[in-house]
Design a protein around this ligand. Structure first.
Ligand code: GLN
Length: 249
């Protein structure tokens, strides 16, 4: 089968802190190594509704408050299409600033509250420019192990001023082993809804944790081609060694 995936990348110019674009490269490479064609579609102010409807996998990276505000003005115009992708089980990965915009609202360090898309039942508050940022290496243990069958510890780097609090309708992506996670208080990290993951982990995330990339590729193919997909295994021994090293340190 000649399979092909269309990967939507939310606002690459405005949302790509701490090497988040590396996540896109990993998705592309891991598709290529298996003979799966991938097409990257940047999603921004010029993207049409029909382009959005063709997305098989969605990615959004981090951004600072100023950029988040600009992005959100446009993202509201795309709310219907993005909600429908997520409701139809399209896999999505939102990192740091991106999930903040997919929650109910984000209160930035300065200025007005930014209303989010409400895909995740959660809200985020920045405690102000003088407040401590939550910065450092982070290790988490995914909570929904059944959905991410081979997931072990996930490692990354976090740097956020926002504190995220999950509502009753939201499940955390992981529990914090080391680091701060959503708010530095309740031990939760990130959020999961259907096949969408929100997380504070940069790294970038996917090169350090290729099993998440494979989870997304597999789900995207299953939804698109409406059949069970088992991806060919790749040799990830180097990535695994790096991951083990970070955990042991
Ligand atoms: N502006 C957000 C915060 O500081 C997100 C930062 C980021 O994406 N790295 O909480």
């Amino acid at each position: 089968m000649n399979s092909q995936l269309t990967i939507g990348w939310l606002y690459p110019q405005l949302m790509s802190t701490y090497g988040d674009r590396g996540n896109i490269q990993v998705l592309q490479k891991r598709c290529e190594w298996r003979g799966i064609k991938s097409v990257i579609v940047p999603i921004d102010q010029s993207t049409s509704t029909s382009q959005l409807q063709s997305i098989d996998l969605l990615f959004g990276g981090g951004a600072q408050d100023r950029e988040q505000e600009i992005v959100m003005q446009d993202l509201h115009k795309k709310k219907k299409e993005i909600m429908s992708l997520i409701e139809n089980d399209v896999p999505a990965l939102f990192v740091c600033g991106a999930p903040q915009l997919m929650g109910k609202y984000y209160e930035p360090a300065e200025g007005k509250r930014i209303e989010g898309l409400g895909i995740f039942d959660m809200f985020t508050k920045h405690l102000g420019t003088d407040a401590d940022r939550l910065i450092g290496n982070i290790i988490v243990e995914p909570v929904l192990r059944s959905s991410f069958s081979v997931l072990h510890s996930v490692v990354g780097f976090e740097n956020h001023g926002g504190r995220t609090y999950l509502g009753d309708g939201a499940a955390p992506f992981a529990k914090v082993i080391k680091g701060f996670g959503n708010n530095g208080e309740d031990g939760t990290e990130g959020v999961v809804y259907k096949n969408a993951i929100g997380t504070y982990l940069h790294g970038p995330l996917l090169p350090k944790n290729p099993q998440i990339a494979d989870f997304m590729i597999e789900k995207a193919l299953e939804i698109k081609y409406k059949k069970k997909i088992i991806l060919k295994q790749l040799d990830d021994s180097l990535e695994q060694k790096a991951n083990d090293f970070i955990v042991s340190r």
